[in-house]
Design a binder for this molecule. Structure first.
Ligand code: IPM
Ligand code: MN
Length: 358
């Protein structure tokens, strides 16, 4: 199905931010005379509630037949005591692995002129923040063997962190190519002085770097990287790292742009499909209260238009609409720095008005 989008709103604030994302896409359709097909499905806690599993067969089938997938957010602490297969995240991880969406791209950008919403001191923020994190998404400790055994004085739990050279090379090459299209600096983050999987990671990266002589390459240990991202964010261009380090560093880096609620992402495999989603989680504490920031979801639509549908102009219009609304001083409660606090729906409406005024 050419222009078909499968929306999986998910849990917590997922449905609210998905609504705003849909609203924005409809504003784009209207303004630019485009047509998309919208389908919706269950995923996560709400799917467990209605069908008993977090990835119902109907949703899985739809994932395989649609051009592209959009996920709102997945997770609900209500299921914390469930076995792994009956947790909301399980279905989500299944989509990632079954479609082998190994490459996760998370751009962190502080909009020039909006330094006041960054928690960093102006002298650091004003040097600019424009970092793209390339996170390996289908390997590492998330998917290695898990074990729990009884021992004399209690229990023992294991999560295996493993990577093959093939897995490292394919993500590494994507990161190098991305760096070539940007400022040509690539930082690979690992823990090679302690972890064997990191030593292999580093070896492979060093092997392939010779194919990209125009890229300035360097390695950082993850603890040091966590500090440098705060201290000198302007020194980073593209960061490539394994699954869990990428999960943690992307949440950390996101706040530099003002809020985790601003960060979009795409997970893809050049041979299968792409899944777009905000980086933030389901935030059950604020769910249903019209408090969530819909911008990460809206910018995920902008990424989708650019990368999947080749609609560069329409994508830029969304980006510009978001920046205009923020520059006018409107923001949701997660963003600090003064201005006028609006709810989820009003934020969506404001962004739509900017688009419709094009
Ligand atoms: C993310 C989320 C997921 C992850 C969870 C929901 C499994 O935190 O997309 O960053 O850790 O990958
Ligand atoms: Mn995360």
């Amino acid at each position: 199905m050419e222009n078909s989008i499968l929306f999986l709103p998910g849990d917590g604030i997922g449905p609210e931010v998905t609504n705003e994302a849909v609203k924005v896409l409809k504003a784009i359709e209207k303004t630019f005379n485009k047509k998309f097909n919208y389908d919706f499905g269950l995923l996560g806690g709400n799917a467990i509630e209605k069908t008993g599993v977090s990835l119902p067969p109907k949703t899985w089938k739809a994932c395989q037949t649609h051009k592209v997938i959009f996920v709102g957010a997945v997770g609900d602490s209500k299921y914390d005591s469930n076995p792994v297969e009956l947790r909301p995240e399980h279905g989500f991880k299944l989509i990632r692995t079954e479609l082998e969406l190994y490459c996760n791209i998370r751009p962190v950008r502080l909009v020039p002129g909006l330094e006041k919403i960054s928690p960093l001191k102006n002298e650091i923020a004003s040097k600019g923040i424009d970092i793209t994190i390339v996170r390996e998404l289908t390997g590492g400790i998330y998917f290695g063997e898990k074990n729990r055994t009884k021992i004399v004085d209690g229990e023992k739990a294991t999560d295996l962190m493993s990577y093959s050279s093939y897995e490292v090379e394919r993500i590494g090459r994507i990161a190098f190519q991305l760096a070539q299209k940007r400022r040509k600096i690539l930082t690979s983050v690992d823990k090679a002085h302690v972890l064997e999987s990191s030593r292999l990671w580093r070896e492979i990266m060093h092997n392939i770097k010779h194919d990209y002589p125009d890229v300035q390459y360097n390695d950082l240990y993850v603890d040091n990287a966590a500090m440098q991202i705060i201290k000198s964010p302007n020194k980073f261009d593209v960061i490539v790292t394994e699954n869990m380090f990428g999960d943690i560093l992307s949440d950390e880096a996101s706040i530099l742009s003002g809020s985790l609620g601003l960060l979009p992402s795409v997970s893809f495999n050049p041979n299968t499909t792409s899944l777009y989603e905000p980086v933030h989680g389901s935030a059950p504490d604020i769910a249903g209260k019209d408090l969530a920031n819909p911008i990460a979801a809206i910018l995920s639509i902008a990424m989708m238009l650019r990368h999947t549908f080749d609609l560069e102009h329409e994508s830029n219009i969304i980006q510009k609409a978001v920046e205009n609304v923020l520059k006018k001083g409107y923001h949701t409660q997660d963003i600090l720095g003064g201005g006028k606090v609006v709810g989820t729906k009003e934020m969506g409406d404001l962004i739509c008005s900017e688009i419709l005024a094009e």
